[in-house]
Design a protein around this ligand. Structure first.
Ligand SMILES: [Zn+2]
Length: 146
């Protein structure tokens, strides 16, 4: 089974979690539920910086909001890509209404914005609801730069 990385919101432990549609993975340290649905991690201001620094895989972040039509239109593309790139890239969605600190630190002006990080460093970013082939192409190029 394929896996991804997620930081526990409860205790801050970095977990390698199986991508499983049947059950929610739990934290190896505190046994709390991990904020992950299939291959997509739900990011937050409190845990995402740690994930970006500690993840052995590159991390792609989708900064979005529920009121944003293009963000909602892009969601199925991000979800499909999260399955295609499983075991190679960690996929995170960051709700910019619930989490305003990181988007502001990153200087995000419009959403959706996609950012790729490795070892805590931003590798690339792009804005707009890209069609599936363009998004996959952009992501592939971004992780090849690493
Ligand atoms: Zn935990």
């Amino acid at each position: 089974m394929k896996s991804t990385y997620v930081v526990c919101e409860n205790c801050g432990q970095v977990n390698k979690a199986l991508i499983d549609s049947e059950k929610t993975p739990v934290c190896g340290s505190c046994k709390g539920n991990l904020a992950i649905t299939e291959a997509i991690v739900k990011g937050s201001d409190s845990s995402l910086s740690k994930l970006i620094e500690k993840s052995p895989l590159p991390v792609v972040v989708d900064v979005w909001a529920a009121w944003c039509g293009p963000c909602r239109a892009f969601a199925p593309t991000f979800e499909a890509a999260s399955k295609n790139f499983a075991d190679r890239v960690v996929f995170v969605k960051l709700n910019s209404e619930e989490n305003q600190k990181l988007p502001s630190n990153w200087g995000i002006r419009g959403i959706p914005t996609l950012l790729v990080f490795k070892n805590g460093k931003e590798i690339d970013r792009i804005s707009g609801a890209l069609p599936q082939p363009q998004f996959c192409e952009w992501l592939k190029n971004a992780i090849e730069k690493i």
